[in-house]
Ligand binder design. Sequence first.
Ligand code: AMP
Ligand code: TRP
Length: 340
Amino acid sequence: MAETKFTPRVFSGIQPSGDLHLGNYLGAIKRFVEMQDAGTHETVYCMVDLHAITVWQDPAKLRRSTRELCAGFIASGIDPEKSILINQSQVPEHAQLGWVFNCVARMGWMGRMTQWKDKAGKNAEAASLGLFAYPALMAADILVYHATHVPVGEDQKQHLELTRDIAAKFNHDFGVDFFPLTEPVIEGAATRVMSLRDGTKKMSKSDPADASRINMTDDADTIAKKIRKAKTDPDPLPDAADALEARPDARNLVNIYAALAGITPQAVLDQHAGSLFGHFKVALADLAVDKMAPIAGEMARLMDDPAEIDRILGRGAERAREITVPILEQAYDIVGMIRS
Ligand code: AMP
Ligand code: TRP
């Protein structure tokens, strides 16, 4: 398929289902800002509220988390003029194309998704049907924009492969060249930020220990304290990045430093080789406070004016629908729906 047929366009989404943390920032949002500022692609960023309700959400909290996520995007540098910033439910074509993809994707494909297996656990019978079908809606999020590139953290790789499978099956079944085979963009030192309490576990909003993560709303003191208490080992920092392979806690802190500073892990070691963690953590805490505390302050300021956030999202939805309405119409037409 000729890549050139499609406008270079980036789409990505985050679930408004709890507190944003450093993993979301480094693995996703910071990259979204870089892609926006590169100016090489149109950029569309989404609060995927329809995905969030695949597990129970308290309605008032969901509304608040959606606004807070929007504030997090803007405070991190997403400019609602340069990028299209939306919540998924205000652009109905996502769900409409999602239904078509429910009919393209196969049960077997969904059953193989590791996130489904993790989230449904042993009691899959009690999981919502939406949780099972979730990757088809995610494919629709992306393909209803004909997006060519999707920046995400490592944990979304399998869902993006499925998105390509859905696009390819649709194109094949209907004998068209309509949906692009979207490229995942999984790059940088922080595609998988680990827990501060256990370097073998992903930093996650679902971890009950708040000390395991830095929340994007944490103030300077809290950030510094969590880094001081982060788990490490007694050895000094090595001089080569390879030597961190067997030291997950040490590697995590070096990767976080690298991603925050915008340098490679090896460059961090060039500066800090031989340091003990007591010392390195002071430098890391300073850097993290410097980069993250202003974002928390700006988020709080934006959250004081929820009506302004809602206005931005309403405007984003209007702009988004200029793209999604024609693409959905063409998809319906290909499938054989009457449009009168
Ligand atoms: P979620 O919070 O699961 O909706 O994830 C939103 C985005 O953040 C996705 O692109 C994830 O891949 C990314 N992400 C979530 N947790 C991490 C993590 N610990 N490290 C890197 N990226 C992450
Ligand atoms: N599934 C993603 C997550 O849990 C969120 C998401 C939904 C998404 N739709 C998307 C990410 C489309 C990228 C593109 O993190």
